[in-house]
Design a protein around this ligand. Structure first.
Ligand code: ZN
Length: 120
């Protein structure tokens, strides 16, 4: 897989950058990559040379980015629904929420992979 410079997740453009993590010091010594939701940015440690490991890091952060996107959408929806219903059954809504999020998450992930031609 060629790691793209940007990927579209819904309306967002997420950037992917390779940076030298030694600049972050001790605190990040065991971190290979991260997703920054405030910047819509994925950073991967440029000191990693193994292509399979780079791919794994990229995909791991992509999952975080899609998950964050889906959950933000979900919480907006929930607020609107709660405002409509007045009350919610917490136990039932927890399992429905999990199925719901998994469903939305997998659809969104598939859309991202297709739109960015990452399946080719
Ligand atoms: Zn993680």
């Amino acid at each position: 897989m060629t790691i793209p410079k940007t990927i579209k997740i819904g309306n967002r453009t997420v950037t992917i950058a390779f940076t030298d993590f030694t600049q972050y010091g001790e605190e990040m010594a065991n971190v290979a990559a991260f997703y920054d939701p405030s910047e819509f940015a994925i950073e991967i440690d440029s000191n990693i040379t193994n292509p399979d490991l780079i791919e794994e890091c990229f995909f791991h952060e992509l999952v975080h980015a899609v998950s964050e996107y889906v959950q933000v959408q979900k919480s907006i929806e929930d607020e609107l629904n709660q405002a409509d219903n007045g009350e919610i059954d917490t136990e039932e809504s927890a399992s429905v929420l999990e199925e719901d999020i998994t469903d939305q998450f997998s659809k969104m992930l598939l859309t991202v992979l297709k739109e960015n031609e990452l399946l080719a």
